[in-house]
Structure formats: C-alpha cells, structure tokens
Design a protein around this ligand. Structure first.
Ligand code: GLY
Ligand code: MN
Ligand code: MN
Length: 443
C-alpha cells in the first residue's frame, strides 16, 4: 500500500467514525502573466490523500460505517486527450487512475457536478473546504441548492457542511514513517545546498547567484523545488525577516543569512544558517552568533514528548534575553526584560512552527486553550534569531545591521527528538571551516 493510500485509509476511518463524506479538490492553476501559469503545485491536503499532481482533480471519499470494507474513494481527473497532451504534457487519464493510485473508481472531471449528487446520496454531513476557489464554491453551492429544491421529491440533501481541517490536519500533524523518510530526503538535499552556499559565497558575488546555486542544488537532486522562496540576505538585509529580493552584492566582512529549504515529494524542509562572507566572523558578529546558537541548542534540547510546545519558545527566549543582557543590548534582570518586552527590538518572531507538506504546516497549536504537548511524529522548526536594526542609535554602532538566525527541523521521537538537519554546519568552527572550503565546481 502506498504512503498516500495509507493516508486515505486513515482518513476514511475518521470519516466513518464521524459519519461524513469528504470532497477534497486540488489547487487551481494560477496565472502568472497573460497566458503563462505559475508552475503547478498540488494542494497539500489533496496530495496527502492521493500522491497525484495533476491539476483539475477532485477526490471524493465515501465511508460506509455499516460495512467498513465498502468505504470507497473516487477520483475525478482530466481525461486523456491526444491533442492537449502534445501541448501540455501527459495525463494519467480516467482508465489508468484506479490501478495507478489505488482509488476504487475514477471519472472525468467534466462529470463532477453530475456525478457528485449521486455519490453523496444518503450522507447527511459532508466535509469540504470552501474559500480556496470561488468557482468551485459557487458550483458546490449550486449543487446544494439543486438538492434542496428536490427535497419534496424525496431527495434528502446534506444538512451539515463541515471544514475537514480539524480532522485532516490532525492526521497531517502526526507524520507517518513514509512522510518522515520524505522529510529526511528534503533535509539531506537542503544540507548539501547550504554547504555549497557557504563554500561559494564571497565578496563581490550577488545574492541571486547564491539563490540560484541553492535552487540548482535542490533540483539536481530531484527535489520538487523550493519549499518557499529562498531568503538570501547579505549584511543588514538579514534584519528584514522576509527579505526575498536577493539582488544585493555580498560585501567583505558582512554576514550572509540564508533561509532556504528543498521539498521532496512536496514535503518541506526549512533551514536557516548565517555565516561570514569573507570566511571568518568579526568579534561583534561572533558574540551575537554565539548567543543565538546557545538559545537554539537549548531550545532544540527542550523538544521532548509531553512537553508543551510553548516551552521550546520559552527556552529560546530566556537564553536570548540572558545573552542580550550580557552583550549590553538589553538592561535589567531577565524578569524585567521579559516583563517590559525590550527584547522585542532584537527578537520579534516566534521560535517554532509545524513542518510538513506546508512549510508553516497545518495542525492546531493549542488544545482546550492550552499549549499542546509535543508527541512522537510531530516535526517542528526551532529558529531563534537576533536582529539589530541598522538605524538603531540606542546601541553601540558595532552591533548595527547584524542579523543572525539559526533554524533546524526537529522530529519528536518516543525518547526525545531527532534533529533532521543536524548535518549542516552550525558551530562557529564548523561554519568557518565550511566557508573556507574550496568548492569551485557546482556541477
Ligand atoms: N522560512 C520561513 C520560516 O522560517 O518560517
Ligand atoms: Mn525558515
Ligand atoms: Mn521556519
């Protein structure tokens, strides 16, 4: 059974318990300009349940709570079309879909709105996520109206339309072994890319050259691409948290912050490293780097099953605050700095988010209003940082414009955690050695 069939089986079990059918469409193609599209990327929920990457596809899941073995999955997809395939590429087609994907039945996407009312007959509740695609929402509403209009003729329209998120995203939060394998693969490719960037970056190169090197390294290893737009931020650009212009020259003596991760089979990695463009940290850069590193290592160590998620952030925050006081960037005791939140001038984001098919992956962070305990199979990032605004005239000039973030991807295990991106140089000595490595060829 494929990874995706296994996900489908698990979700069908939930649907059976909840006595509800589900409709899961994939993403729509997005126009880039005129008649060009962005490269297609399937919807993460749809991919999770099918492993099928063609646009114009909808999965329908129909549990039978009286006969577990009769639950079935129906895929609507594009028909084969010789002429269209010559222009736009091969299609799996309706006939091949059941065998290739393990679905019980397949129909042409053209038949979706005529077949759906028949398939959904007898289901009082339907899960469908609305709000992603107006055309789909309109057609769905129109189908519902049609069913309601026929109520007098004995048709029983569904009475509850539910968002699948609480159930489906709960499944996605707990990774299966196959998913963890995909994330390891994404992490390994990302490691190669960051190491290549450390070796290749030097004064006079452009941020976009390093951006291209990262992308090249992802793609040459068979990655499905970037998990998000790479951030390649030299010098003070590192203080812009979502800097993606990547068009400045790398300068002697500056740091380079790279936040970039590859996808494998659409599973993300999300890694940040910060390193000296000229090969060696200056004293102020090293002082800030060491504080962030200590905070990051302390926070990674806090990742344990049963520990509330927010404890990871608190571990990082406390270590950062202690460091800011030691460096003279914040004043007072740890408690005073936390109370007045003066650390926010230098650390203004969270420490972690879930990671999976989406870089900021789905899944609830709280349970009954409380920070939810970590459990084996969850994957989260640990990414503290310090950023000194280049225009901050309250601090000594030597600190201004220094931005450092260190980010790893951490799997919660039965006994503690496993850092999936531990292979990427991180200590001062490791990073300087990787920057000084003579990596001339990228081919
Ligand atoms: N790369 C996005 C993030 O770190 O959250
Ligand atoms: Mn990141
Ligand atoms: Mn992140």
């Amino acid at each position: 059974m494929s990874l995706y069939q296994e996900h489908r089986r698990r979700f069908l079990q939930v649907l059976s318990e909840e006595r509800v059918a589900a409709i899961i469409p994939t993403a729509t193609e997005k126009t880039r300009n005129h008649d060009c599209h962005y490269k297609f990327r399937p919807d993460s929920d749809f991919w999770y349940l099918t492993g099928f990457a063609e646009p114009e596809s909808v999965l329908v899941l129909l549990p039978d709570w009286n006969h577990e073995d009769k639950a079935h999955s129906v895929l609507f997809l594009r028909e084969r079309n010789k002429e269209m395939e010559i222009w736009d590429g091969k299609r799996l087609g309706v006939e091949a879909a059941p065998q290739a994907l393990g679905v019980d039945a397949a129909f042409s996407i053209e038949q979706l709105w005529t077949e759906l009312p028949k398939l959904l007959k007898g289901y009082e509740q339907i899960m469908v996520r609305t709000g992603n695609d107006e055309a789909f929402d309109r057609q769905f509403q129109s189908m519902l109206s049609g069913l309601r209009a026929r109520a007098r003729k004995g048709v029983e329209p569904p009475v509850a339309i539910l968002d699948p998120a609480p159930w489906l995203h709960e499944l996605r939060l707990h990774k299966t072994l196959g998913e963890i394998e995909n994330m390891r693969k994404a992490a390994a490719i990302t490691a190669e890319a960051h190491v290549a960037a450390m070796a290749q970056a030097r004064p006079g190169k452009m941020e976009y050259e390093i951006d291209a090197l990262l992308d090249f390294t992802f793609r040459k290893n068979g990655s499905t691409g970037q998990a998000y737009n790479s951030i390649v931020a030299g010098g003070a650009n590192a203080c812009i948290l979502h800097y993606v212009e990547n068009n400045a020259e790398l300068r002697e003596g500056d740091l380079l912050l790279i936040d970039a991760g590859a996808e494998w089979d659409y599973y993300a990695s999300d890694v940040t490293r910060t390193f000296p463009i000229s090969g060696s940290f200056t004293e102020p850069q090293k002082a800030i780097y060491e504080v962030v590193l200590r905070a990051q290592e302390t926070a990674v160590a806090a990742v344990q099953p049963g520990v509330p998620t927010k404890a990871v952030h608190e571990a990082a925050l406390h270590a950062l605050v202690d460091g800011l006081i030691e460096l003279g960037l914040c004043h007072g005791t740890r408690e005073e700095v936390l109370e007045k939140e003066t650390y926010r001038d230098f650390f203004m984001h969270g420490t972690s988010h879930w990671l999976g098919l989406d870089v900021h992956d789905q899944g609830a962070y709280t349970e009954d209003g409380e920070s939810r305990p970590l459990a084996p199979g969850m994957v989260l990032t640990v990414e503290p940082g310090l950023y000194v605004d280049p225009e901050n005239d309250q601090v000594d000039a030597k600190w201004r414009g220094i931005g450092v973030r260190i980010e790893d991807d951490v799997l919660v295990t039965e006994s503690g955690h496993e850092n999936l991106t531990a292979a990427i140089p991180k200590t001062v000595a490791e990073v300087e050695a990787a920057c000084q490595a003579n990596w001339e060829s990228v081919a």
